[in-house]
Design a protein around this ligand. Structure first.
Ligand code: SME
Length: 196
């Protein structure tokens, strides 16, 4: 199967639960034979973004579409930080959508926004209305709701946060608990399938 076809959503997929299970299986196949995190996150964002756009029923009528899907990764995992002081930041990783903030501060005391909060708390944050979220960083003024899921790597008895997975929506209340469950599973899959 050509790689692009993995984002196809068959018509017998009707519910969100079926949708997320389908995307999970497609992602598993797509990541096979590759452990480079940059390549894997690139294909994960492309698959999830395009599958969501191919399943508009998910977001209901009208303009309820996902407008950004991607990753911010702790600068410590990037190959080279050169002279720039990149420590204490999440750097923009692979994504689909319009250009976004290059970095997000995660230094305690300076951290702000949904991504930093999800990363530091190590918990998924559902934001039904971004204007009501204190500290929300607006990369795109058209975004109305958001969900951010931390990427958690198990290392022995330790759990390390390597970054976050962020989805934005043009409608209020774009995501719900079912999406949260689906995304947490996808985040776990991509973390385990990659070398960090
Ligand atoms: N809204 C995010 C910033 C990232 S963009 O949405 C792509 C935040 O508040 O952290």
């Amino acid at each position: 199967m050509p790689h692009a076809d993995s984002a196809f959503v068959p018509s017998d997929i009707q519910t969100k639960c079926e949708f997320w299970n389908h995307v999970h299986d497609q992602l598993q196949g797509l990541l096979e034979g590759q452990r480079n995190w940059i390549s894997n996150l690139a294909n994960a964002s492309a698959l999830i973004y395009n599958a969501l756009l191919a399943f508009p029923a998910h977001f209901g009528p009208g303009n309820r579409a996902v407008n950004w899907c991607g990753f911010y990764i702790d600068s410590a995992f990037f190959p080279a930080a050169h002279d720039l002081d990149q420590s204490g930041k999440l750097l923009l990783g692979p994504f689909c959508g319009k250009p976004a903030c290059q970095f997000i501060n995660i230094t305690p005391g300076k951290a702000r926004g949904v991504c930093a909060d999800a990363y530091l708390r190590r918990e998924t944050i559902l934001v039904p209305d971004v204007e009501r979220y204190p500290g929300h960083i607006a990369c795109d003024g058209e975004t109305k709701s958001e969900i951010v899921c931390p990427l958690l790597l198990e290392q022995g008895d330790k759990q390390i946060a390597v970054g976050v997975f962020d989805l934005d929506c043009l409608a209020l209340e774009g995501f719900d608990e079912e999406d949260k469950a689906g995304l947490v599973r996808l985040a776990d899959l991509v973390v385990k399938a990659s070398d960090w």
